[in-house]
Design a protein around this ligand. Structure first.
Ligand SMILES: [Zn+2]
Length: 342
């Protein structure tokens, strides 16, 4: 794709006319037209402005990615819930979308047609597919410890309560009731309710203020919600390890919001955000090794399952919530650990 084609595509994606884009850049409409026909090229200053207007990095201004990457993934996040219920052999929650076929097939294969008796969902926040693809070295454990990538599109608006509302009800935001950044308790059936009906025990480990800690309250599950003064992330993960060792629950949700909060402040690709990514990877690696060594008698399905992606905005900050592939495309990683026969 030429620079001109790329500018044209990004302008059209945002729904701007040549006049509107020209106005924002303080150049003439003819200038935009010449760029788009590759007859002239933008100056560095103009590229910097284009980067801000388009909300993408310079290399993406110069080359809007080819179709494969700019497309929104076809499987929706709402399909995961049904597949998790299927993996455990329980009825899905009442409004769940049909189960994700790929995940269900993987479960059948890895457990030899049997079911999982444990599911551990590790939920980091805001790790986009493009981050996963661009920085594999920061997600070594996640890649090494898992066997199945599920490419998904998150839901709109791509913010945490809306996405987790969909992940754990299997229902679109318009059905589960969380359609914006707010944290009411979800009234419709969730996977947690479905698990309880099936006699399963659920542990939810998170920070007290986070979406997961609020929107799923009031159910017969064990909540371990920590305040920042109680140690924040380290308290959450220490409790998670303790509970996994105790092995008294069937379904675990472990939420880590560290990448998201640093990404907002310093940008998705900043050194500080990437070190949070490495932290998530490290925690997930610890969870997997604990399962491998202590849960050999269980069929366990483990997920590295984020809520939505992110993109860079002005001033090296990060954001999400928009209808763009950077925010919507995510990759869940799953691994089935088959019980050892003795
Ligand atoms: Zn966020």
């Amino acid at each position: 794709m030429t620079i001109g084609e790329s500018i044209l595509k990004r302008r059209k994606d945002l729904g701007f006319s040549q006049e509107e884009l020209a106005e924002k850049l303080l150049v003439s409409r003819q200038t935009i037209s010449l760029w788009e026909k590759d007859q002239t090229q933008p100056t560095i200053d103009n590229l910097m402005r284009l980067k801000e207007i388009f909300g993408v990095s310079i290399d993406k201004v110069l080359c809007a990615e080819e179709d494969k990457e700019t497309k929104i993934n076809s499987d929706s996040l709402d399909t995961v819930c049904g597949a998790l219920a299927y993996a455990m052999g329980i009825e899905p929650p009442k409004f769940a979308a049909p189960k994700n076929r790929e995940l269900a097939n993987y479960v059948d294969k890895v457990f030899d047609g049997k079911k999982a008796d444990r599911i551990v969902m590790y939920n980091p926040d805001a790790i986009a597919q493009w981050i996963y693809e661009k920085y594999p070295e920061y997600l070594n454990s996640a890649k090494k410890n898992t066997g199945k990538e599920i490419y998904l599109s998150s839901v709109m608006p791509s913010v945490t309560p809306v996405c987790f509302g969909t992940l754990y009800t299997g229902a679109q935001p318009s059905v589960n009731g969380i359609q914006k950044y707010e944290k009411p308790v979800i009234a419709i059936d969730t996977i947690f309710d479905a698990l309880i009906r099936a006699g399963k025990k659920v542990a939810l480990i998170c920070s007290e203020a986070c979406s997961i800690g609020r929107i799923f309250l009031g159910r017969g599950i064990d909540y371990y919600c920590f305040r920042p003064e109680e140690g924040g992330l380290s308290a959450i993960n220490a409790k998670a390890m303790e509970l996994l060792l105790r092995d008294e629950h069937d379904f675990y949700v472990i939420y880590n919001g560290n990448y998201d909060s640093i990404m907002h402040k310093y940008g998705p690709e900043s050194a500080r955000a990437l070190s949070e990514l490495r932290m998530n990877d490290h925690i997930f690696g610890m969870i997997c090794s604990l399962i491998k060594t202590h849960w050999q008698h269980h069929n366990t399905l483990v997920g590295f399952a984020m809520d939505h992606g992110c993109h860079e905005i002005d001033g090296n900050c990060g954001s999400h919530g928009l209808d763009m592939h950077e925010d919507l495309n995510i990759v869940h990683l799953y691994k089935g650990y088959l019980a050892k026969k003795d």
